[in-house]
Design a protein around this ligand. Structure first.
Ligand SMILES: *[C@@H]1O[C@H](CO)[C@@H](O)[C@H](O)[C@H]1NC(C)=O
Ligand SMILES: *[C@@H]1O[C@H](CO)[C@@H](O)[C@H](O)[C@H]1NC(C)=O
Ligand SMILES: *[C@@H]1O[C@H](CO)[C@@H](O)[C@H](O)[C@H]1NC(C)=O
Length: 469
């Protein structure tokens, strides 16, 4: 008797297992599209397929014949949201009342396949946007079948990394890495379902990885901007208090305030010490960059673009600016034959991923230099007039020109010894000619005096007798 009961219980259990074992579980979020996949062994060329809701004799949602003809229900609750893909049922824009049991009936054999559409809900609290440092709570709720164990839940952060599993909601601190799409992966019966929730963490766009390079003959842009997905309205809603630019010069560590943004409408920049830098017009467009047409040596340093919120949180980005300079020793004016030293530098040794290229004046042919054209220092033992003109030094990073600097050299020809001889001879000849002219002039004057005296004697005859000699 006992045995009979036991085996009956076993049989019942086996029947239950086979029935529930056939249940396909599908998770979906409200608003998503869910696909109930028909069993792989259906031959749609031979079999008719019927989809029912809740019960075997419940609402017929769709059917398909073996010729490919099909029909979906015109019931108000489902209209326009159902379609068949082969024998599979596709439900668009899943509604709250769709969660439940679906049955697939086929003519080939009278087996029923049972599907359970279960609700998956993901949420992030507090609602976005968040400020860095805020506590973020992410919940992933998956409905469970009565009497079954729940699915396995795994959160993936926006970078795709797995978060530690925990009971209940996942709590993380909001950072710029927390910005983006969080994915809850629900695994049940070895099948994965994913649900996504978007989180916005307020921040500035990343600062450039490398310094900004400029020179006296190169423009300068100091970039800072708000990412496209962040609006001024969101910042104002989070009680932004101050937007400003500060400058920390390379020499001396006292920061200078350059600009601050008036947050009243319309947004306008107020200059403190602008140092000749101009903000990009129209800050409403979220570009907060500063620019100038040509750099100066004093531009070197760190520029800090900062947003400050009422609760004390500060978001900032630092942009390093480096200035390329050519230094000519001993000056920029030379007499041919002098030694010339040119140095092109950033004021510190060049990082190994950067290269320099020299461009001598066009008219100068410098075969002796070609091998040194990548060095910071150039030495020309004896300059010639051909070295005069514009020298350019360019700073390159692989295939990108970062900046270029220029210097103009003036080179006077040197007087050679034969030129001195010629000059001296000409001078001597000129002096001799002058002396000759003077002598001739004096001679002529003397002659004239003599003649005049003789003429006087004839004109005024003197009484005879007096001038007897
Ligand atoms: C901001 O303006 C500068 C200068 O006009 C430009 O170079 C830069 O690409 C702009 N940045 C963005 C994010 O639009
Ligand atoms: C920039 O932000 C950091 C925190 O992210 C803060 O420690 C630092 O003081 C800020 N710098 C400036 C100049 O505001
Ligand atoms: C040029 O450089 C060399 C070596 O670096 C140095 O010996 C020389 O004195 C420099 N000349 C001038 C004019 O600066």
């Amino acid at each position: 008797m006992r045995n009979v009961i036991q085996s009956a219980v076993l049989l019942l259990a086996a029947a239950l297992v086979s029935k529930t074992g056939a249940v396909e579980v599908i998770y979906a979020q409200v608003g998503e599209t869910a696909t109930l996949k028909a069993p792989g062994d259906i031959n749609i060329q031979k079999e008719y397929v019927y989809w029912h809701f809740e019960k075997e004799d419940g609402l017929q949602l769709a059917w398909r014949n073996n010729m490919g003809g099909s029909l979906t229900t015109s019931d108000e609750a489902w209209k326009g949201r159902l379609s068949l893909s082969g024998a599979s049922l596709v439900i668009k824009d899943v509604q709250q009342n769709d969660f439940g049991t679906f049955l697939l009936k086929r003519t080939g054999d009278s087996r029923l396949t049972t599907y359970k559409l279960l609700k998956l809900t993901v949420s992030a609290k507090p609602p976005s946007p968040l400020l860095p440092g805020d506590s973020l709570s992410l919940a992933c709720d998956a409905q469970t079948l009565p009497g079954h164990k729940g699915p396995e839940i795994q959160w993936l952060n926006p970078l795709g990394g797995k978060e530690k599993k925990s009971r209940g909601p996942l709590t993380v601190r909001a950072t710029s890495q927390a910005n983006g799409q969080w994915t809850c992966v629900v695994t049940y019966d070895k099948k994965e379902n994913k649900a996504i929730v978007s989180v916005t963490v307020l921040d500035l766009s990343p600062a450039p990885l490398h310094p900004q390079y400029t020179s006296k003959s190169w423009p300068l842009t100091i970039p800072c901007s708000l990412p496209a997905h962040i609006s001024w309205e969101q910042l104002k809603a989070k009680e932004i208090q101050d937007v400003r630019w500060d400058f920390v010069p390379e020499s001396g560590l006292i920061p200078q305030s350059l600009y601050s943004l008036s947050l009243e409408d319309p947004l306008t920049w107020k200059a403190d010490q602008n140092r000749g830098l101009r903000p990009v017009p129209d800050p409403k467009k979220k570009n907060l960059s500063l620019t100038r047409n040509r750099g100066t040596e004093e531009d070197e340093g760190d520029y800090v673009c900062a947003l400050e919120f009422k609760n004390g949180v500060t978001l900032n980005r630092t942009v390093h600016v480096k200035v390329l300079q050519i230094i000519s020793s001993p000056g920029t004016e030379f007499i041919s034959g002098q030694q010339l030293n040119l140095t092109c530098s950033l004021g510190h040794p060049l990082p190994s991923d950067l290269q320099l290229k020299w461009f001598p004046p066009e008219q100068s042919s410098l075969p002796s230099l070609t091998s040194d054209l990548h060095l910071a220092h150039l030495t020309i033992p004896e300059v010639a007039t051909g070295h005069g003109g514009k020298w350019r030094c360019e700073l390159w990073q692989s295939n990108t020109r970062l900046t270029s600097a220029e210097i103009t050299l003036k080179i006077e020809p040197k007087m050679s010894s034969w030129m001195l001889v010629v000059i001296c001879s000409v001078t001597v000849i000129v002096i001799l000619l002058l002396i000759l002219a003077f002598i001739l002039y004096r001679r002529r004057q003397q002659k004239m005096t003599h003649l005049r005296r003789r003429l006087c004697k004839c004109k005024t005859p003197k009484p005879k007798g007096f001038y007897r000699t």
